[in-house]
Design a protein around this ligand. Structure first.
Ligand code: ZN
Length: 84
């Protein structure tokens, strides 16, 4: 798999994005379609310090200590998680 960084690249590759909370262990898979609508398809979501990463916050414990993982195409589940 090549490097993917923007929402468009994720959607085109049919890849998902999982977010894991390092503090409480909560794990959710993001629905990137509403994120694309909100921020645009060229929005950068993978990077060391992107606005998207900074917007992530655990809905269970409020931690910002979140870890993002790329989910291989075809394996993602439907769930909803919107960054604030
Ligand atoms: Zn948490």
């Amino acid at each position: 798999m090549g490097r993917i960084a923007t929402i468009a690249e994720f959607l085109d590759a049919d890849s998902g994005l999982g977010v894991h909370c390092n503090d409480c262990g909560r794990y959710v898979e993001l629905d990137l379609e509403p994120v694309a609508e909100k921020f645009g398809r060229d929005y950068l979501i993978v990077g060391v310090d992107t606005p998207f990463r900074r917007s992530l916050r655990c809905s269970a414990c409020g931690s910002r200590n979140m870890q993002m993982t790329v989910i291989a195409p075809g394996t993602r589940m439907k769930s909803r998680f919107l960054p604030r």
